[in-house]
Design a protein around this ligand. Structure first.
Ligand SMILES: [Fe+2]
Length: 295
């Protein structure tokens, strides 16, 4: 049986059937999935009961895995999952929900803002693959938008205005916007801002995309209030209700998205109950703009 893809949202999102991700894929199926994600921006798979090893093996069909270092405040000794896995659950290393006042929990609330994974890295991520192992009983949907469609639907004057803009992205911006400013000197060093183009060409589809993220907190050559209101306006434009795909998780769903042309956010859920979500991340292969070392 070969992989087939059906579009399930008016703008983007492909739902895949005919593949078992616990087993090695045929080159034809890998090609179908690569074409599919280039076109639809994200792919949804159901009933894929994966181990971490199987999830990593499947992810490597699309490139090297990203090194998770620099993406969180969790110390190595507190990590629940092996290297190669990003833990986006609400669980501590003993498998219990994190305390409401734990730094890890408060830091992770930032994932409820619209973002693109790893936009705070000089070479930002290509794909994310998120596997639902335990679904929370209340809330916890993940919402997505296609930022190529968002770009396409801008007026010509705005497109011209923003074409060459460069933003600064940092985990300090996204967390700081929620009032989480409790960072050590070491963390501040780790989260130093990087530069990203605001409009990027998504080569796999040949379309331009708005490269937004809650990590973006400044635009070069612009005052802070002007920059932030523009970024807010563009994010509102990109996330209008008709643009949004809401993924309601079922156990063993796997959702794969292209961070270069989508945004996503998690919705609030019952933090006292487990939500075991495990992500693998396929590293990007280029910067969107040259980095300049801050003085
Ligand atoms: Fe994310």
């Amino acid at each position: 049986m070969a992989a087939t893809i059906r579009q399930i949202h008016p703008i983007f999102v492909g739902e895949v059937s005919g593949v078992d991700l616990t087993k090695p894929l045929s080159p034809e199926d890998v090609a179908t999935l690569k074409d599919g994600i280039a076109r639809y921006g994200m792919l949804v798979f159901h009933d894929q009961k994966l181990t971490d090893e199987q999830q990593m093996a499947f992810s490597r069909n699309f490139g090297e895995l990203e090194n998770a270092r620099g993406g969180n405040i969790t110390k190595d000794k507190d990590k629940r999952l092996a290297e190669g896995m990003n833990d986006v659950s609400n669980l501590d290393k003993d498998g219990k929900p994190l305390a409401k006042d734990s730094r890890q929990h408060l830091f992770n609330i930032g994932n409820m803002l619209w973002h693109s994974d790893s936009s705070f890295r000089a070479v930002p991520a290509k794909y994310s693959l998120l596997s639902a192992r335990v679904v929370n009983p209340i809330g916890g949907n993940t919402e997505f938008v296609d930022t190529r469609a968002a770009y396409d639907s801008l007026d010509a004057a705005t497109k011209a205005e923003i074409e060459n803009m460069v933003c600064e992205h940092s985990l300090m911006h996204s967390r700081g916007s929620l009032g989480f400013v409790d960072l050590s000197e070491e963390e501040k060093q780790m989260f130093k801002p990087v530069r990203q183009r605001l409009v990027r060409l998504h080569k796999d589809s040949g379309r331009k995309a708005l490269y937004l993220s809650s990590h973006a907190g400044a635009i070069l050559g612009m005052t802070m209030p002007e920059a932030r209101i523009l970024l807010r306006d563009l994010t509102e434009h990109a996330t209008r209700p008709e643009m949004v795909y809401v993924h309601k998780w079922r156990p063993h769903d796997l959702v794969m998205w292209d961070n270069r042309c989508t945004l996503h956010r998690v919705r609030r859920y019952d933090a006292s109950q487990p939500r075991d979500m495990r992500r693998t991340t396929v590293a990007g292969d280029e910067m969107t703009v040259e980095q300049v070392q801050a003085a």
